[in-house]
Design a protein around this ligand. Structure first.
Ligand code: S3P
Length: 427
């Protein structure tokens, strides 16, 4: 159990945050497919990314961990070895879905499992297009839940044109990774653009991949040319907790250093600015095709807003903490098209309504795919559940710290994406 006390002072100074989870996963996977050593700095040593390391090691990739860097030496695009046991993706949807794509094209059999949460999550969305490419994948049941086995196909995978029903970077990336090994070009059309780290990093590895708004073309290749270094930016999804806390806590003036501001991820900045937040980006620079900046935030008065559609993939993981900001705003906030939150690490729409209303009675309502927040309420101390979901735990912590405190049944789950999150607080 964790008790969070109200933080009766503003945030001041500089904050450094851990490396980006999405980019950390991809840095290990793609470096594993090169032929030369890659030094990865600011890698996120969160449990999810450690699951990716364990899976790649099980397939013969040399991965050395040092304090401040990871060194990966791959055996080439066709150099993965058959693992001698089941692969465990733990809590990590990204590990599982991206590797389903990558391993669909390999000449060996693999079986995946994962933790309770991952075993409940939908995998049909990635298995369907991979099967269209000729992959042979079998899930546990009709819903294609884990455990899932990939049986090697005699034929090469086929390039397909696939119109994705949901904007999902994990599904898109799985198809892209399989597409590298296909016979011909693969075209993916997304309803809206989702995060494009796979595309950007693959370009840095010399792959031919064309992107125009929501259409991606991936060309098969025989080898990738690994860069010597990959610098992982700070994770804007982790910065989000401090951005929101600094915005709502009186007297705050903070700079969050070295954050990835890829435009497919900066929806939180756009939405908070539209609510009245004062957020500036300074020291912008590019590394490995990704844009980095420091984010300067001062306390501001917020007003409610309405958003949905194309904005949602740009802030999908930040909605639990944006909902906290909305509770402190004047007026109502309506967040549309967020049905995807029901299939994250937990059903986050249900979790927000059930838990946040303990802090601000009647402020949060959800229907099938929208969230409505009635701002500017009275806040109570409450005992809340995190459902073992890292983003629920951290968002509830921010809520409690800015309101009247909160106690959490389980805070261990923050290790998934932000292992030292609580060291930043003095509770
Ligand atoms: C991720 C994509 C998103 C996001 C997840 C990480 C990725 O999931 O929610 O935390 O690294 O590609 P979806 O692809 O399911 O939207």
């Amino acid at each position: 159990m964790k008790k969070i006390l109200p933080l009766n002072r503003g945030l001041q100074g500089n904050i450094t945050i851990p490396g980006d989870k999405s980019i950390s996963h991809r840095s290990i996977m793609l470096s594993s497919l090169g032929n030369t050593p890659v030094e990865i700095t600011n890698f996120l040593k969160g449990a999810d990314c450690l699951s990716t390391i364990a899976c790649m090691r099980a397939m013969g990739v040399k991965i050395e961990e040092y304090n401040d860097k990871i060194l990966v030496t791959g055996n080439g695009l066709t150099g993965l070895a058959e693992p001698n046991n089941i692969l465990d993706a733990g809590n990590s949807g990204t590990t599982l879905r991206l590797l389903l794509g990558l391993l669909s094209a390999q000449k060996f059999l693999t079986t995946f499992t994962g933790d309770d949460s991952l075993r409940r999550r939908p995998m049909g969305r990635v298995i369907k297009p991979l099967k269209m490419m000729g992959a042979n994948i079998v899930g546990r049941n009709q819903n294609n839940n884990l455990p899932i086995t990939i049986i090697p196909s005699a034929e090469k995978l086929r390039g397909i044109t696939y119109k994705m029903p949901v904007a999902s970077a994990q599904v898109k990336s799985a198809i892209i990774l399989a597409g590298l090994y296909a016979e011909d070009v693969t075209t993916i059309i997304e309803p809206y653009p989702s995060r494009d780290h796979t595309e950007k990093m693959l370009s840095a590895f010399g792959a031919k991949i064309n992107k125009s708004h929501n259409e991606i073309k991936v060309y098969p290749t025989d080898n990738l040319i690994a860069p010597d270094k990959i610098e992982v930016p700070g994770d804007i999804s982790s910065a989000a907790y401090w951005i929101v806390l600094a915005t709502i806590l009186k007297g705050s003036d903070v700079t969050i250093k070295n954050v990835g501001i890829n435009e497919t991820r900066t929806g939180i900045i756009d939405v908070l600015r539209s609510m009245g937040a004062e957020i500036d980006l300074v020291n912008e620079r590019v590394s490995g095709g990704e844009l980095f900046a420091d984010i300067h935030v001062v306390n501001s008065e917020l007003r409610g807003t309405t958003f949905g559609g194309e904005m949602i993939p740009r802030l999908i993981d930040e909605i639990p903490v944006i909902a906290v900001a909305a509770a402190f705003a004047e007026g109502d906030t309506i967040i549309k098209d967020v049905g995807e939150l029901r299939v994250k690490e937990t059903d986050r729409l249900k979790a927000i309504v059930d838990e946040y209303n303990k802090i601000a009675a009647g402020a949060f309502e959800a229907n099938a795919d929208s969230l409505i927040i009635h701002g500017n309420r009275n806040f109570n101390f409450a005992e809340c559940k995190t459902y073992d979901d890292h983003r629920m735990a951290m968002s509830l912590t921010i809520f409690g710290a800015a309101a009247n405190g909160v106690s959490l049944d389980n805070d261990d789950c923050v290790k998934i994406s932000y292992p030292d999150f609580y060291d930043k607080f003095y509770f």
